[in-house]
Write a protein that binds this ligand. Structure first.
Ligand code: BTN
Length: 327
């Protein structure tokens, strides 16, 4: 933690900061500060030290680490205490599930630089290469029934779009129900997992997992998904500071939980505006089969109104659709 705090102090100062000031501010020894600096240098941070002046961190846009120290630049300390940031994990959703049953509080976040078993919807895997994407899960304990949960996932899609737009200037679109696309290719997937009380049928918690392809090159994607997946970098040519984007997503999700459920109309309006599914010929996928339909509109509960080829109209509230232009 000292290392993270030293990094945060150096990032917040454009001038030299003395070792004495850092150690007094953090309540740690000068030796601990100098060890923290050494460890940061080992990780590639260029920290200059000058006798009688102290330490200065040289800006290096090449460095894009997702650590507590980096997140501290963007979030207050009380929020940081509710975040677990890992280098590698099988899946942030799986890790957070364990913590949820261990009484982690609502809003708790697990974030990782790499997932070895990233999970997607319908049993698929989510490719999660090291140090280029954002893989994060947030624990929510809303007072609601299971059928209301797809709405939270849709609200999350809106919140993540807002965060991406604020940080990168580009606004993704939403393919029903919760895939985020840029130029019709997927840059973000959301996987929500529920735990329901067996007696009252009430929701105990929801784990909302968000995976964002951020700084990958197009060649980084496996052949099977190259045509349908992309990254923010591959589409814009600009690298994103992952800690900044992760922090902005956390801010948006915190605001979202305060808005839930009374601000439904605002989220619905934005969701409808960002959605690119309505008006398209789609396939409604269920199990291994798909039925052709036309996507008509997003209903008030975020379900999708469709018309099948035989003229039957139906509202679908979970599952998946594919469009001609994307999966
Ligand atoms: C999908 O598009 O099918 C959903 C993908 C969700 C991926 C995220 S990455 C963080 C969290 N941990 C997981 O194992 N999955 C979700």
């Amino acid at each position: 933690m000292t290392r993270d705090k030293v990094l945060a102090i150096l990032k917040q100062n454009n001038d030299y900061v003395s070792g004495e000031k850092i150690s007094a501010g953090l309540g740690v020894s000068r030796m601990a500060v100098s060890q923290a600096v050494k460890s940061l240098r080992n990780d590639g941070y260029n920290i200059i030290s000058v006798t009688n002046k102290g330490y200065l961190l040289q800006e290096n846009p090449q460095i894009d680490k997702l650590t507590i120290g980096e997140l501290m630049t963007y979030l207050p300390e009380e929020r940081i205490e509710q975040i677990l940031c890992l280098d590698t994990i099988d899946s942030t959703n799986t890790k957070l599930r364990e913590l949820a049953f261990d009484n982690a509080p609502t809003g708790y976040v697990v974030i990782a630089n790499q997932q070895t078993n990233g999970r997607g919807r319908r049993g698929r895997s989510f490719v999660s290469p090291k140090d280029t994407g954002i893989y994060m899960s947030i624990l929510l304990r809303p007072d609601c029934l299971p059928h209301e949960c797809p709405t939270i996932t849709a609200w999350t899609a809106v919140s993540v779009c807002n965060a991406i737009e604020k940080v990168t200037g580009i606004s993704p679109s939403i393919k029903w129900v919760n895939d985020l696309l840029i130029n019709n290719k997927k840059i973000c997937g959301i996987l929500s997992e529920l735990s329901v009380e067996s007696e009252g049928g009430h929701v105990q918690h929801i784990i909302v997992g968000i995976g964002i392809n951020t700084n990958e090159e197009s060649e980084d994607f496996p052949d099977e998904i190259k045509n349908i997946a992309t990254s923010i970098y591959a589409e814009t040519g600009k690298k994103t500071t992952r800690a900044q984007l992760a922090a902005e997503i956390i801010n948006e999700l915190d605001a979202m939980m305060k808005d839930w459920p009374h601000e439904r109309d605002r989220y619905l309006k934005q969701y409808r505006k960002l959605n690119i599914t309505t008006g398209k010929d789609i396939k409604v996928i269920s199990g291994n089969s798909g039925k052709n339909a036309k996507a008509l509109e997003i209903n008030k509960d975020f379900s999708l109104k469709v018309m099948y080829e035989d003229g039957t109209i139906a509202d679908i509230s979970s599952g998946e659709v594919s469009t001609k232009l994307s999966t």
